[in-house]
Design a protein around this ligand. Structure first.
Ligand code: HEM
Length: 338
């Protein structure tokens, strides 16, 4: 489907075959234009990325929609000022963290990510390369990891809990599995998770129905190409609708139904080879934190379910619970864990 998002021609891909064509074959720019509020430029710079937190991301920007004059409305509504304020807050924080790492005589057991990035910056400055890795690049990488790594895992756990509360049969089965395998140890450790087959299926089913990035990261065509039989011109934005593909009845039986067993004895995985299942994307821009994200979701969910008093939850009014589950779950788990 071809549409214009503001001033940018955009193609939305909603079938696994086209997704395979796009993500594997086409010459798509590595730079993306994150759909965050802001400038309307086709770019991927630190300032654009930094607009994401604090609710600025996804907020309506007239500058994005109406070419040339839209920015005036953003000035009047205060959108521009809010965006700048968020950027400065985040920038100040990141600068503080970087300065802290640059303090002489700082005590450290081993290099962390910021030390490594500062090392690259120093190395490139010494080599005197034309295109250098700067402090701004370091801040962009940190913001990217922060954005990519936190909400995605947290939202997946929330969705999994919501689905389990709506499906008592699955809730009971997954809790039984965890409690039988882990016994009375008090908490689920990383070593236990390998044995939890059903939990993994529950997580896969949650990824299928509720992908954390439903349209993946936008791509941009670098040259003229063809998708199916359509001619796509350079500088067209490509959005892959992983949400729609994950619910397409062509690939999934009874797609709206939360049914983890569909993954039993199935080779379908989220590692970017099965284009009907793309919770982490695919191709060159596949999520680099896939392993860490999965482990985090597995560990948090397993511990929540292990400690959760299932009957208490089932007794609650479900509707209320879906919206208010988070604090209840956290409190219950903490009570058991501490
Ligand atoms: C359940 C957890 C996670 C999910 C569902 C998820 C999902 C995704 C998706 C769908 C993309 C876009 C891929 C594409 O367009 O092909 C992405 C990109 C990215 N993810 Fe994740 N992610 C998760 C966890 C993490 C974690 C833990 C980190 C880092 C610590 C991370 C860092 C990133 C980064 C840096 C990108 C951008 C890659 C690029 O720009 O090329 N993600 N993630």
């Amino acid at each position: 489907m071809l549409l214009h998002l503001g001033r940018i021609p955009t193609v939305v891909i909603s079938s696994a075959e086209e997704a395979r064509e796009v993500l594997k074959t086409h010459d798509l720019a590595c730079c993306s234009r994150p759909l965050l509020a802001g400038s309307g430029r086709v770019s991927y710079n630190y300032k654009d990325v930094a607009f994401a937190p604090y609710g600025v991301a996804g907020s309506f920007s007239t500058g994005e929609l109406i070419p040339f004059v839209g920015w005036i409305v953003d000035q009047i509504t205060g959108h521009q000022a809010r965006t700048e304020r968020v950027f400065h807050q985040l920038d100040t924080f990141l600068q503080y963290v970087i300065d802290d790492h640059l303090k002489p005589g700082r005590k450290k057991k081993q290099d962390d990510l910021i030390d490594v990035l500062l090392g690259i910056e120093k190395e490139q400055a010494e080599l005197g390369r034309a295109a250098q890795f700067t402090k701004s690049n370091i801040k962009a990488v940190l913001t990217n990891i922060f954005l990519g790594g936190v909400d995605t895992s947290a939202n997946t756990v929330n969705w999994a809990m919501a689905e389990l509360v709506r499906n008592p049969r699955v809730m009971k089965q997954v809790q039984d599995e965890i409690r039988n395998r882990v016994g009375k140890k008090g908490r689920v450790t990383e070593g236990d998770i390998d044995k939890l087959e059903y939990l993994k299926m529950v997580i896969k089913e949650t990824f299928r129905l509720h992908p954390a990035a439903p349209l993946l990261i936008p791509r941009e065509t670098m040259s003229h190409c063809k998708i199916s039989r359509y001619n796509i011109y350079p500088k067209t934005m490509i959005q892959v609708n992983a949400w729609a593909i994950g619910r397409d009845p062509q690939y999934w039986t009874d797609p709206e139904h939360f049914f983890p067993e569909r993954f039993a004895d199935s080779s379908i995985d989220f590692k970017g080879q099965n284009f009907e299942f793309l919770p982490f994307g695919a191709g060159r821009r596949i999520c680099p934190g896939m392993h860490m994200g999965t482990i985090t979701v597995e560990a948090v969910l397993a511990n929540l379910l292990y400690c959760l008093i299932g009957n208490y939850l089932m007794g609650c009014r479900r509707k209320t619970l879906i919206w208010k589950s988070e604090p209840v779950l956290v409190l219950l788990s903490l009570r058991r864990l501490l």
